[in-house]
Design a protein around this ligand. Structure first.
Ligand SMILES: [Fe+2]
Ligand SMILES: [Fe+2]
Length: 150
């Protein structure tokens, strides 16, 4: 199990979304750190807070990204939404179970999250990035802001 580092290959060619992806990985890495160093300072309570923050940020990012893909007229939006939905359900269930002390966050759960995040960013998110680059090439979209209502 390891951290996930953001690299240029993960760029989707959009400054705000790249920043969101970096922050998402930052939240994941904080959780990862909290599992590595189980000290009195990093108690179960801390871990629950970090996990809740990862969940909250993930949901925020998904909303922003789906909004951007709508503006972009992305033809694979529904498939992308379904992918987000699967992970949203998964991480919500993990968070709920950890918060209610039904399960303890383990390295195998971290691995599930890690795999989903890395595969999604390197796969699905790169697909819309290519579409956006082609659309830009045709002069159809700019670097539109992604925050809903903002
Ligand atoms: Fe995505
Ligand atoms: Fe994303």
């Amino acid at each position: 199990m390891s951290r996930i580092e953001w690299t240029e290959e993960l760029s989707v060619g959009h400054r705000e979304l790249d920043e969101q992806h970096r922050l998402l990985l930052h939240h994941y890495n904080l959780l990862h750190e909290s599992l590595l160093h189980d000290t009195p300072e990093v108690t179960g309570q801390t871990r629950k807070r970090v996990l809740a923050a990862l969940l909250a940020y993930t949901l925020e990012h998904f909303d922003a990204e789906e909004h951007y893909l709508e503006l972009l007229g992305y033809p694979e939006l529904e498939r992308h939404r379904r992918e987000h939905h699967i992970f949203r359900e998964k991480i919500s269930a993990i968070t709920r179970d950890v918060q209610e002390d039904r399960i303890v966050l383990s390295t195998s759960l971290m691995k599930i999250m890690r795999n989903w995040i890395t595969e999604h960013l390197a796969g699905f998110d790169q697909e819309y990035s290519r579409f956006a680059a082609e659309a830009r090439g045709r002069g159809r979209v700019g670097d539109a802001p992604v925050t809903p209502n903002g």
